[in-house]
Ligand binder design. Structure first.
Ligand SMILES: [Zn+2]
Length: 359
């Protein structure tokens, strides 16, 4: 029988209340205004402990991404009673204790980095804690999930080394198959797929095949399931569909490699503008059209209830809800106090000749 929503009984409600809930991706409009930012509290009310929000995507230029990151950083820091812009993992349980929503940033696709590795630590210092390599289309780092995918470039290897040195998590959502495989192979630290669903269940190029899921898990990474109707396989029974995608991955690689990255988009009009302005990143024939639907943050308790319904043990559910991403962050993030000891410069970076105007 199809299920529209999972009833949150006492067991699920108690579990949700005590869980560290980590939503690895949400989309505020990519502008320097705060029309929608107060709606971050919707996550808090839904029991979410930490949310990563977008400060850049696709081919939005460096200046605009920097302005957005700076603006959101400034806005959040002026509201310390409600929000904690996290710098290190210990800030998350502290935020929970103090009744605040923990927030971190992310960037989708490294296009704005260009070939300037020093920007990684600049964005990290503004609060960016994960960045994906390519957004749908190829860039200096490698291929996207649409179009050609030449694999991870030499610059891409330098970028991954610099991200690991700085403490920024690398993500392969929106990235091409070959480039993702190269990244898993290259990295000693876990690479995540912050918001990607299973292609075996919904055949869309943005979704990932089983081999990629296995490679991510082998590298120690975590895959966040998103709540986008287009990638879940339909706009009806969305929570039930999400639970199926979770269960597919759990059966394949175990519960310790699965998480959540709902990808809720607060301003549908902003999304429609991005679909239009960066049309090349959203090729025809794949359902990229105005009116894409998302699972709202308010339905997070239903997701917990759906996981309980699957009969998973409590520790597996707590892992999927947030502790798996927490484990990755604990391993990869570096606190500001250790930034002075970030370690030696990335080797390949040091060896790469720096071009000069008059060379
Ligand atoms: Zn995305």
């Amino acid at each position: 029988m199809p299920i529209d929503s999972f009833e949150t009984d006492g067991v699920a409600a108690r579990l949700h209340a005590k869980a560290l809930v980590w939503d690895c991706h949400g989309c505020m409009p990519l502008r320097t205004d705060d029309t929608y930012l107060p709606q971050l509290l919707r996550y808090k009310k839904a029991g979410v402990s930490i949310i990563h929000i977008n400060v850049g995507a696709a081919n939005i230029g460096l200046e605009q991404q920097f302005r957005i990151a700076s603006f959101m950083h400034w806005w959040l820091q002026r509201r310390p009673d409600k929000y904690a812009l996290v710098e290190q993992v210990e800030d998350i349980p502290r935020a929970i204790d103090q009744g605040k929503l923990a927030v971190a940033f992310n960037i989708e696709g490294a296009s704005a980095i260009g070939t300037q590795l020093s920007l990684v630590s600049s964005f990290y210092d503004l609060g960016v804690r994960w960045m994906s390599l390519a957004y749908n289309r190829a860039n200096n780092v490698g291929g996207g999930c649409h179009g050609n995918d030449p694999g991870l470039s030499d610059f891409g290897r330098d970028l991954l080394d610099e991200m690991a040195r700085v403490g920024m998590i690398a993500c392969c959502s929106h990235t091409g198959y070959r480039t993702s495989m190269d990244a898993f192979e290259h990295n000693d630290t876990p690479v995540i797929l912050s918001h990607s669903n299973a292609r075996a269940l919904t055949d869309h190029p943005r979704n990932i095949p089983d081999e990629l899921i296995k490679a991510c898990a082998k590298n120690g990474g975590v895959i966040g399931i998103n709540g986008v109707g287009l990638f879940l396989g339909g706009n009806d029974r969305m929570v039930e569909r999400l639970i199926h995608h979770v269960d597919h991955m759990v059966q394949l690689v175990g519960p310790e490699h699965v998480g959540l990255g709902l990808d809720f988009c607060f301003d549908g009009l902003d999304l429609d503008e991005i679909l239009d302005e960066f049309a090349d990143s959203f090729p025809d024939g794949h359902g990229y059209a105005p009116g894409i639907r998302f699972i709202e943050p308010e339905r997070m308790p239903e997701i917990t209830a759906g996981l309980v319904r699957l009969g998973y043990p409590e520790n597996a559910i707590l892992g999927i809800l947030g502790e798996n991403f927490y484990r990755i962050a604990k391993r990869v993030w570096k606190s500001p106090s250790t930034q002075a000891q970030r370690g030696p410069e990335t080797k390949s970076w040091r060896e790469r000749p720096i071009p000069t105007k008059h060379a």
